[in-house]
Ligand binder design. Structure first.
Ligand code: ZN
Ligand code: ZN
Length: 682
């Protein structure tokens, strides 16, 4: 009888033969891809030792999914070198929703190349190649991989600052012991191999047909433009074909809603290269949405007790040292520029200036809470690689407020802000939320990234947390995500297709008001001088980003109050132009945004254009309408309501604007009334 060892498997203690592998434990369960042994991910072929604690890992958890995707990246690399033996390997880590692999090839991949790769990958997968781990010394690895200059470079970097190696490179050389993973065919022959830390799925069979090559793009080796340019191939892999299909459907839906594409089609905004990356301009139609949004948000702030203020775009650099944004937020700010021998900065935040408004006179407890609000234009030095349409820009207007309160008032003020924010988001049609609480990283290096005493942090965090709990919304912890000056709550909203967007933030700040920063004070009831707490809050984060989110949420079909054009007149024939123009003028007089399509296009073409423009009310007029002093409505879904008296039509539109309604179909379809039968104008 062979020697026995005791191990713990999924919580149960067990005695097994020495030499037992994780694969032996989970034999028969094909969903198990790797094992977690004493907290570390291992190949199923890993031999277990006395006292090991072992758990099965499937693709249902992120770690398992990452292994599946990274293993698929190996298959891709093998396919690339099969087709092009001269291709040199970079790195191939898993990423969100998939993986990539970088290659040094003479020519970028064409769409035909990618198709051929997809086929070659399927052949490799069907061969059922096993992933076999082999330990190698650094010297042996350098000899074996002498034709792979990038891999050799990684071997040289091993043990150095792994952060500097390359994003994702820890996948290859993260461990102390170098390993090569060989892909071995069923007949025992070696098909291919790659320097890799592992682990991997046991065999390529596991990948099945639930993978897809997505696209390729240029990428610099180790992210630096000083290095050679490689070609990055992106792919995705899922536990099943159904999940792959669902993912591709989601992508297609997201693409249809892409706010950059819709912004162009609907003539809302653009990103002129002449101005610079991440600096959008709003066209008249986008300007309408922006103005409606700002007007409403300004009005709601005033109703909620905020005072509207204004501050400049630039300030002396010293101001940002006082606030602590320099050096803590220095990377996010544009470099200083000289004005009359003095260093100035573009502002990246409004708080320092609001603090100066607070400090402009003596404050009494009777004035608190004091709430200052503005659309503050800020500039942030986002890296060019992360800039994306309106959702990640370099210049934007924050709907920014700062509430100055006594410590005792802080919980009520946070409650007030949260209620206000959730109400505002609902007014804009977002109603599915959860909250995220970002705190100081208790394990990490607190002193270099966060300022303030432990007691202050603990108090601020507990105030935020208890108010969040009261909302009954799901609360997700985000350790380490706090601002340098205090913890924050963010509201995460799910859009119409289930994607999550971080919208509003509320931050509790005991630092900026302190004596060594802005030294803010108020006179308390007992005559003593006290320090207020400031609570930063942005409701949408930025107006620009929020518009981008709304364009995607509504797929460009806005509720009536936000629609750039609320009513588009389409005459059945040219002779009805004047009649329709007259009706539209009556509507315009009531504040309704109208347009008339008096182009030479034929009627069906005009209807198609109206549909593309996603206007909520298309107003049609023909002979019957004109003779009855009536109009007909055509809605976004193609349904129609005919022969409405002009007065009724105007009331209908005004009611929809007032109620912030979304209008897509004729009311008679959902609620057939006695006069629902259409009169048949056209
Ligand atoms: Zn690998
Ligand atoms: Zn602030």
């Amino acid at each position: 009888m062979s020697a026995q060892i005791t191990i713990t498997v999924a919580g149960d203690e067990r005695s097994v033969d020495q030499g037992t592998t994780a694969a032996d434990l989970f034999e028969g369960d094909r969903a198990v891809l790797v094992a977690r042994v004493n907290g570390e991910l291992r190949d199923l072929a890993h031999e277990l030792a006395q006292g090991d604690v072992v758990e099965p890992v499937t693709a249902q958890e992120q770690d398992g999914l990452d292994v599946l995707r990274h293993s698929t990246a190996h298959v891709l690399a093998q396919a690339v070198q099969q087709i092009n033996p001269d291709a040199k390997l970079g790195i191939g880590p898993p990423i969100r929703d998939g993986f990539y692999y970088d290659f040094d090839v003479a020519e970028p991949f064409t769409p035909e190349d990618l198709k051929a790769l997809d086929k070659a990958m399927q052949r490799i997968i069907n061969e059922g190649q096993t992933f076999v781990r082999r330990e190698v010394s650094d010297d042996d690895a350098l000899v074996e991989l002498e034709h792979e200059p990038y891999k050799c470079e990684l071997i040289g970097l091993k043990g150095g600052a792994s952060d500097d190696a390359a994003e994702g490179a820890s996948v290859e050389v993260g461990g102390a012991q170098l390993t090569i993973y060989d892909n071995v065919r069923r007949d025992g022959t070696r098909a291919w191999g790659d320097l890799c830390r592992g682990p991997h799925v046991p065999t390529t069979k596991v990948i099945g047909n639930a993978y897809k090559i997505m696209r390729s793009a240029a990428a610099y080796w180790r992210g630096s433009e000083k290095n050679p340019q490689l070609q990055r191939v992106y792919g995705t892999a899922w536990p099943s074909k159904d999940e792959l299909k669902a993912y591709l459907d989601r992508l297609a839906e997201a693409e249809k809603r892409d706010h950059r594409k819709l912004g162009r089609e609907l003539d809302l905004y653009s990103f002129p290269d002449e101005i610079g990356s991440g600096l959008p301009v709003f066209h008249p139609k986008g300007g309408v949405i922006k103005r409606e949004m700002e007007d409403y948000v300004r009005q709601r702030h005033i109703e909620e007790g905020f005072e509207y203020v204004g501050t400049p775009h630039i300030a002396k650099e010293g101001l940002f040292h006082t606030s602590g944004h320099l050096p803590y937020y220095g990377e996010g700010m544009y470099p200083p520029f000289d004005v009359d021998g003095m260093d100035y900065r573009l502002k990246a935040m409004n708080c320092p200036m609001h603090n100066l408004i607070y400090r402009s006179k003596q404050r009494s407890y009777r004035e608190l809470p004091l709430r200052l609000f503005e659309f503050g234009h800020v500039y942030r030095h986002e890296k060019s690689g992360v800039i994306h349409g309106l959702t990640r820009v370099r210049g934007f207007a924050q709907d920014d407020s700062h509430s100055y309160v006594t410590k005792e008032q802080a919980p009520d003020e946070i409650r007030h802000l949260l209620d206000f924010i959730l109400g505002l988001l609902r007014d804009f049609g977002l109603d599915d939320f959860y909250l995220e609480l970002s705190t100081r990283d208790e394990g990490g290096d607190k002193s270099s990234k966060f300022i303030g005493s432990d007691e202050d942090w603990a108090e601020a965090t507990s105030v935020l947390e208890s108010v969040c709990r009261e909302t009954g919304l799901e609360l997700v912890p985000d350790p380490g995500g706090a601002a340098y000056y205090g913890p924050k709550v963010s509201v995460q909203a799910r859009d119409a297709i289930g994607r999550t967007w971080q919208m509003s933030t509320i931050q509790y700040d005991f630092n900026q008001p302190s004596a060594d920063r802005f030294a803010l004070e108020y006179q308390a009831a007992d005559g003593s001088r006290q320090q207020p707490v400031m609570i930063h809050s942005a409701k949408f984060g930025s107006i620009e980003r929020f518009i981008g989110v709304l364009v995607e949420h509504y797929a460009g079909a806005f509720p009536v109050w936000l629609s750039p054009v609320q009513v588009l007149g389409v005459p059945v024939a040219e002779e009805y132009n004047d009649y329709l123009w007259d009706v539209l003028q009556q509507m315009r007089a009531k504040g309704i945004r109208v347009e008339l399509d008096d182009s030479d296009d034929r009627f069906p073409k005009k209807i198609r254009n109206a549909s593309k423009a996603k206007v909520p009310f298309t107003l049609i007029a023909g002979e019957e309408d004109r003779s009855n002093n009536a109009v007909s409505f055509r809605y976004r879904d193609g349904s129609q309501e005919n022969g409405l008296p002009i007065e009724t039509a105007i009331e209908r539109i005004l009611a929809a604007i007032e109620a912030k309604d979304q209008v897509t179909s004729a009311p008679s379809l959902t609620n057939p009334g006695p006069d629902a039968a259409p009169a048949g104008t056209i």
